[in-house]
Design a binder for this molecule. Structure first.
Ligand code: PGA
Length: 254
C-alpha cells in the first residue's frame, strides 16, 4: 500500500523552545504506526537540525524544510539549498505551497527547477497544488490543477515520480476553517491520480501519495483520510497543538 502521511506545516510559527516542547510532547505519545505510515514535520529552517535529531531516533518520523532554493549553490544571500538540507539529513521539502506561489511569486518554472534540484540532492519533494476560490466558483478547478501538475512535474521520468508525494490544498480552505468535504477531496484526488496515470500509467500513479490540506483537524481527519484516494494530510494550524496532531497521525489509514 502506498504511504499514508500526516505532514505538519509549522509555517512561520513558534520559538525554538515552543517548537521543542511541541515536538517532545508529540514524540512522547505511543503511536503503533504501520510500516506504510509516516509523520513528517516541516519546521522553520533554524530548527531543522534540532528537530531532525529528535525525529531520527523515531521510526516513521521525519523532518521537512518548507522551501529550498532553485539554484545549486553560490551567491544567493538568504537562500537555503537542497544540498544543505541533505547534508543535515532532512528527508523532505515542501515545494510550491500556495503561500510561496502567492507571496513570493514562485512560478511554475521556478517550482519545476526546485523539484529537480531537490531530487538531485536526494531530498524528496512534497509538491503542492490547489485552486483559489474564484476558480472553484467557476468549476474550473480540474483544469487548473491539471495545469499545475503538468507544469511542475510532467518533465519527470516515471522512475522519478514513483512514490512521489503531492499535496492538494484548495486555497479557500487554508487557514479559513472551511474544509473541503471528504467527497470534494476524493473527487479532486481521483482526478489528480487520473491525470498522473495518463502520463505515467496507472501502476505508477497508484504509488503516489496524495495528501489533502486545508483546515484538517482532529475532528475531521479520519473522515477525510478514509477516502480511497486521500493518503493523509498536510496540516497547518492544527499541527501546532500536540493533542490535535497526535490524533491526526492516529487517523491515518493502516
Ligand atoms: P491549515 O494549513 O491546516 O492551517 O489550513 C494547511 C497548509 O497550508 O498547509
Amino acid at each position: 500500500m502506498r504511504k499514508q502521511i500526516a505532514a505538519a506545516n509549522w509555517k512561520m510559527n513558534l520559538t525554538l523552545a515552543q517548537g521543542e516542547k511541541l515536538m517532545d510532547e508529540i514524540l512522547a505519545t505511543t503511536f503503533n504506526m504501520g510500516a506504510n505510515q509516516q509523520a513528517i514535520f516541516a519546521v522553520p529552517f533554524p530548527y531543522l537540525l534540532t528537530m531532525q535529531q529528535k525525529t531520527v531516533t523515531q521510526k516513521n518520523f521525519f523532518c521537512a524544510a518548507q522551501n529550498c532554493a532553485a539554484q545549486k549553490s553560490g551567491a544567493y544571500t538568504g537562500e537555503t539549498s537542497a544540498e544543505m538540507l541533505n547534508s543535515i539529513r532532512v528527508e523532505y521539502v515542501i515545494i510550491g505551497h500556495s503561500e510561496r506561489r502567492e507571496y513570493y511569486n514562485e512560478t511554475d518554472t521556478i517550482l519545476a527547477k526546485k523539484v529537480n534540484i531537490a531530487l538531485e540532492n536526494n531530498v524528496k519533494p512534497i509538491f503542492c497544488c490547489g485552486e483559489p476560490l474564484a476558480i472553484r466558483e467557476t468549476e474550473t478547478q480540474n483544469v487548473h490543477i491539471e495545469e499545475q501538475l503538468k507544469a511542475g512535474l510532467f518533465h519527470l521520468s516515471a522512475a522519478q515520480i514513483e512514490n512521489f508525494i503531492i499535496a492538494y490544498e484548495p486555497i479557500w480552505a487554508i487557514g479559513t476553517g472551511r474544509t473541503a468535504s471528504s467527497a470534494q477531496a476524493q473527487e479532486m484526488h481521483a482526478h489528480i491520480r487520473a491525470v498522473l496515470s495518463t502520463k505515467y500509467g496507472a501502476a505508477i500513479a497508484d504509488t503516489i501519495s496524495i495528501l489533502y490540506g486545508g483546515s484538517v483537524k482532529a475532528a475531521n481527519a479520519a473522515e477525510i483520510f478514509a477516502e480511497p484516494d486521500v493518503d493523509g494530510g498536510l496540516v497547518g494550524g492544527a499541527s501546532l497543538i500536540p493533542v490535535e496532531f497526535t490524533s491526526i497521525i492516529q487517523s491515518l489509514k493502516k
